[in-house]
Design a protein around this ligand. Structure first.
Ligand SMILES: NC(=O)c1ccc[n+]([C@@H]2O[C@H](COP(=O)([O-])OP(=O)(O)OC[C@H]3O[C@@H](n4cnc5c(N)ncnc54)[C@H](O)[C@@H]3O)[C@@H](O)[C@H]2O)c1
Ligand SMILES: [Fe+2]
Length: 384
């Protein structure tokens, strides 16, 4: 292990009803013109009404861009940034899942820096922090509110690309589980599994460190004990609270460690077949971990314990095997597809998928067990 760093959002305000603190937060920042970036689903669920009304009654001018598409591509992000520029906001508020928050984060940077989105995708540095940002997650999944990442789809490469910079860290986060009570079961399941992937991948990553270990094990425990309840009884506030905290801890893990081959192999599935991020990761998780266990049994025993699996009297090998079985069962219980059949992906698509995944060296390099091109091919083949 070498030097390790944990980036944090400037301030985190959490708990049921905490969205009501928005007025005080915005007053402290001193913003009189605020732009909310969200999507139609979130706006349609009424989730921006309260923060918007609170701000307006405090005399703050609020503009709203609510057309963020799911998992947006370069042109779509550029269109939102162009619209955002017209409002000249003093604060950008991202309300939604990873799609809305990632756009809000990168828009805030683009509004204040003389650099294009294309430049950033080509790894241009970001000179200065952008317009201040406030992130309010409404899914318990990506943890984008706690990461220095924004993910953008690059259509010509059929790949999703991560822009990573400390300048993307949000200034303030509001973590209010009441905003997630109405999240539909299927999205609860897929986004929750994305969060579990972040925690397990970051814990077992070559970039794992004392910060990520603490956060990942807690995230795994919170998510494992509450994901089924949040899926089946969406109005259970305690389960929603666990999920939202677990997801943010997962994001914090990304900010100090890194995801690994699950996310690397998911990127081409999102980029080429538009399989939602949470679903592609959830499908891959047990298969990739079955590969990763070999040589890393002790670490996977820790994950099994964090998931509440009884490992007493079992060898590390047996504990790790029980964990893999538990991941398959969890996907089944959450009605997540077990393979890629429904997307009609066949052997003929293998070469392109393997090529796409092999390009994601940013994540593959951190996989605890080196993954060759033949290994990647074998894992995709198992999913067909
Ligand atoms: N920045 C990061 O560190 C990071 C990490 C992982 C993933 N991502 C990215 O995040 C994106 C995915 O984000 P996501 O999984 O949160 O999905 P999403 O933001 O695309 O949202 C999925 C759907 O859920 C709806 N929704 C959200 N909250 C709701 C609520 N409370 N009630 C009802 N409907 C609601 C939205 O309208 C949308 O239709 C991908 O682009 C992925 O690559 C980013
Ligand atoms: Fe993710």
């Amino acid at each position: 292990m070498s030097t390790y760093t944990l980036l944090n959002a400037g301030r985190i305000v959490a708990g049921p009803g905490s969205v009501a603190n928005i007025t005080e937060i915005v007053a402290e920042i001193g913003a009189e013109k605020v732009l909310i970036i969200t999507d139609k689903g979130v706006a349609g669920a009424g989730l921006i009404d309260k923060p918007k009304a609170l701000l307006e009654s405090a005399g703050v001018a609020v503009a709203v861009i609510d057309n963020t598409p799911p998992e947006p591509d370069v042109d779509q992000v550029n269109a939102i940034v162009a619209a955002a520029r017209l409002h000249a906001p003093q604060l950008v508020v991202g309300i939604g899942g990873g799609s809305a928050m990632d756009v809000a984060k990168v828009a805030a940077v683009l509004l204040a820096n003389d650099v294009s989105l294309r430049d950033l995708l080509n790894k241009a540095p970001i000179a200065s922090r952008g317009v201040p940002t406030l992130m309010i997650p409404t899914t318990a999944g990506t943890g984008s509110e706690a990461t220095p990442n924004s993910i953008v789809l690059v259509p010509e490469d059929e790949l999703k690309v991560g822009i990573v910079s400390p300048r993307l860290m949000p200034d303030v986060v509001i973590l209010d589980p009441q905003l997630t009570l109405g999240l539909p079961p299927a999205i609860t399941a897929s986004t929750g599994m994305d969060a579990l992937c972040h925690a397990i991948e970051c814990y077992t990553s070559k970039k794992g460190n004392p910060f990520s270990e603490m956060l990942a094990l807690k995230a795994i425990t919170l998510i494992s004990r509450s994901i089924r309840k949040a899926f089946a009884q969406g109005d259970d506030l305690e389960a929603r609270h666990d999920m939202l905290l677990g997801a943010m801890y997962g994001g914090m893990c990304i900010a100090t460690s890194s995801t690994t081959a699950v996310h690397a192999l998911a990127y081409p599935l999102g980029g080429k077949y538009r399989i939602p991020h949470g679903i592609s990761n959830a499908i891959l998780l047990p298969f990739v971990m079955r590969f990763n266990v070999v040589g890393n049994e002790g670490k996977f025993r820790d994950v099994a314990i964090a998931m509440g699996i009884d490992v007493a009297g079992r060898s590390n090998n047996e504990a790790a095997a029980a964990l893999i079985e538990a991941l398959f069962t969890l996907n089944r219980d959450l009605q997540i597809p077990a393979d890629l059949k429904r997307w009609k992906i066949t052997e003929a698509d293998l070469d392109a998928l393997v090529d796409g995944a092999a390009k994601v060296t940013r994540l593959l390099d951190n996989n605890p067990r080196p993954m060759s091109v033949a290994d990647i091919r074998s894992i995709y083949a198992q999913l067909m």
